[in-house]
Design a protein around this ligand. Structure first.
Ligand SMILES: [Zn+2]
Length: 691
């Protein structure tokens, strides 16, 4: 499925991105699940989620989340479970209610209600999907089979990428703001072409990685058998796929290196692109995408494209077809009959993430509508859940936290006035997007029919693919959102210099209009601060106020910054994720620093907000304690070991436990609030602080 999120945007939390990628199938509906017509209410500070027997100075995460962890075992269709995941599921059930009604009552629907209602109805029609079997795949397989020579490859890749929105066909291609001139949208040719979640899965040599590759080959072979190959041929073809993907993986950047935008910026004109890939005709690729006139493209990873070129030059036509056949089946599997979905689930969710059971069909269909027609669905969601009062309150909180950041920057003792001036200019230019976009996307060109499920998927993919590519060479639309309104997540985009808070993340138990300020500033305030801070993290700080990749830091200040973030890298490197795997803290430093900076800013904003109020204790907690417990309770989670291993390799976020404990040890405000004393574990002898 297409991911429209900007290349560099950084998120608060990974829970929902996970949920959106997992495929699912029929049956196994946890008993009693029904569509919702209203949200179930959980307060943003829930004392029953705490473990009062734990000592907050020894393990603050256990103290704040011990009850939650006990009461919330991981559901059998989930890889992990969290406060975010649970809210995401409530959102899904609420959207299910909306879609179910629109699917059942065709009379009186407007155009966009027709589209989402009929998409959902077609997606839920398992009888028709079963009857279609592998037939929907036939068109793509026939195009691959018909390729007569390698010079036909570029046009075929253009077609397959556009039809599926999948990045598995040798490389990934789309549009993005030019790093050097953020007002321009240019073509981006990025790395891709893999089946496993990251390049390291192909190159790691430990026993666990070797075992996974064996299981991956078995999975690919089983898919080839489904397509009608004899077992020996299927096994041979699967080995070919692994070999080709390994060549691409070896040439791909490591995930840590991809945090450095300079390593992803190589703007080449057409002649230079031709030179880099002499065996790949860019003209033949760009023309069917209606980009024949494009003068330059950003080849994010030239070394990767050299490997693509070498692969095209050396692989036989038959092997290239084998590789494409696998990726076509893999991209289509979530939309085909049960046997395809079952196979995909068995490897990608059960083996890789430890999920015991497939998701019920309704969840998968809701997630698809959100991914493919998200602003049409979002419009329905917003009209029911996000009134003007909520928008005004959350916007006010955002402004207060921006003021806190201004004050914080002005007071910094390690930054020169010249750099401060630039930092404040960036802060003042930052745009707050709260709840939903000002202008809704128009889906009228997307044809959606109740009796053509696979056609709907292709039409929606094509619409989104063309929409992304049509931006190239046009003025930038700064009002666009990279997440849909029901999403339980938030992001900062350094190229747009905007923070984005969808309506879905501004609901209880995250933002709770019924509760006092303390937990709200700790929780949602901390998240707003987190996103603001991303504008100034190891990645975001390299972009200026207008979103251009440009160094605006005095050298000595940059050095100070690096030294301070190194403190966080060293601290988090000590924490264990699972078994003997430690946090890859060079990958997580941006998020870890944003967590810390965000809560410091939220604390300042809360102090300003409540300066003239008399605050009272509640539930045996002081207001200060409620601030910190309110913060911690956003991060309560349970995780499966397989999923923890996957995240340790790919996720820029630390596990929830350390997003709480790793943070509070750095805050003297916390130490005072709970009267902790060294050498208790929640008191750090060497405190880290950037902002
Ligand atoms: Zn983040």
């Amino acid at each position: 499925m297409r991911v429209s999120r900007p290349l560099l945007a950084t998120l608060i939390c990974a829970a929902t991105t996970l949920a959106a990628t997992a495929p699912a199938a029929a049956a196994a509906t946890p008993s009693g699940e029904q569509p919702l017509t209203a949200f179930p209410y959980t307060p943003s500070l829930d004392v029953s989620a705490m473990d009062r027997n734990a000592d907050p100075c020894v393990d603050f995460y256990q103290y704040s989340c011990g009850g939650w962890m006990k009461q919330n075992p991981i559901p059998s269709d989930q890889a992990s479970w969290s406060v975010y995941g649970k809210l995401y599921q409530d959102n899904q059930r609420f959207l299910w209610g909306i879609l179910d009604e629109l699917a059942r009552q065709p009379a009186g629907r407007n155009d966009s209600q027709q589209k989402i209602g009929d998409y959902f109805a077609a997606c839920m029609d398992e009888g028709a999907i079963e009857a279609a079997g592998a037939k929907p795949l036939a068109g793509m397989l026939a195009s691959i089979k018909a390729m007569r020579n390698k010079s036909a490859l570029p046009a075929l890749l253009a077609q397959l990428q556009l039809q599926t929105g999948d990045s598995g066909f040798l490389f990934s291609f789309g549009s993005n703001q030019d790093f050097g001139d953020s007002a321009q949208v240019i073509a981006f040719a990025d790395a891709g072409g893999l089946g496993l979640p990251d390049r390291d899965y192909y190159t790691d040599t430990d026993a666990h990685a070797q075992q996974l590759r064996k299981q991956y080959i078995q999975h690919v072979a089983s898919v080839f058998r489904q397509l009608g190959e004899a077992p020996a041929t299927a096994a041979h073809d699967a080995a070919t796929v692994l070999d080709m993907e390994t060549q691409l993986a070896r040439a791909s950047l490591k995930v840590v290196d991809r945090r450095d935008p300079y390593k992803l910026y190589h703007r080449l004109d057409r002649a230079a692109a031709r030179q880099l890939t002499p065996h790949f005709e860019w003209e033949a690729f760009l023309k069917p995408l209606q980009l024949g006139e494009v003068a330059a493209l950003n080849i994010t990873e030239p070394k990767f494209y050299a490997a693509v070129d070498a692969l095209i030059a050396t692989a036989s036509l038959a092997d290239l077809k084998t590789y494409l056949r696998w990726h076509a089946a893999h991209a289509a599997a979530p939309y085909l009959s049960k046997r395809f979905e079952d196979q995909r689930f068995a490897f990608f969710d059960h083996t890789l993430r430890g999920v015991p059971l497939q998701k019920p069909r309704w969840k998968r269909c809701v997630a698809q509508v959100d991914a493919l027609l998200g602003e049409a669905l979002g419009r329905e969601f917003v009209s029911r859940t996000f009134g003007p009062d909520l928008k005004a309150a959350t916007l006010k909180m955002t402004t207060q936290i921006q003021q806190a950041m201004r004050q914080d920057i002005e007071q910094l003792d390690w930054m020169s006035d010249a750099t401060k001036h630039q930092a404040l200019a960036k802060l003042d230019t930052m745009v707050n997007k709260i709840g939903y976009p000002d202008r809704w996307r128009d889906y009228s060109p997307v044809a959606i029919h109740r009796d053509d499920y696979f056609g709907n998927v292709q039409h929606a993919n094509l619409f989104e693919g063309r929409r992304q590519l049509a931006k190239i060479g046009k003025p930038l639309d700064r009002s666009e959102w990279g997440m849909t309104p029901p999403t339980v997540n938030a992001y900062y985009n350094p190229q747009m210099n905007d923070i984005n808070f969808p309506a879905g993340v501004l609901q209880p138990p995250l933002y709770d209009a019924k509760l006092d300020d303390a937990p709200n500033y700790g929780n949602t305030g901390g998240t707003i601060g987190h996103e603001l801070t991303h504008g100034f993290d190891d990645e975001g700080r390299q972009f200026d106020a207008m979103g251009n990749l440009k160094d605006w830091w005095a050298a000595a200040d940059a050095e100070q910054f690096t030294e301070r973030t190194q403190c966080i890298i060293d601290q988090y490197a000590q924490y264990v994720v699972v078994d003997d795997i430690h946090i890859n803290s060079k990958l997580t430093v941006g998020e870890d620093a944003a967590d810390l900076g965000g809560l410091i800013l939220a604390h300042m904003a809360w102090a300003a907000q409540t300066a003239s109020q008399t605050l009272e204790n509640r539930d045996g907690l002081t207001p200060e304690q409620r601030f910190f417990v309110g913060y911690a309770q956003w991060a309560c989670n349970n995780d499966r070991p397989e999923n923890q291993r996957l995240h340790a390799k790919t996720d820029p976020h630390s596990p929830g436990k350390y997003r709480v404990n790793g943070l509070v040890v750095n805050m003297p405000e916390f130490e005072r609030t709970f009267a902790c004393k060294a050498p208790q574990p929640m008191v750090s002898v060497k405190r880290c602080r950037v902002w």
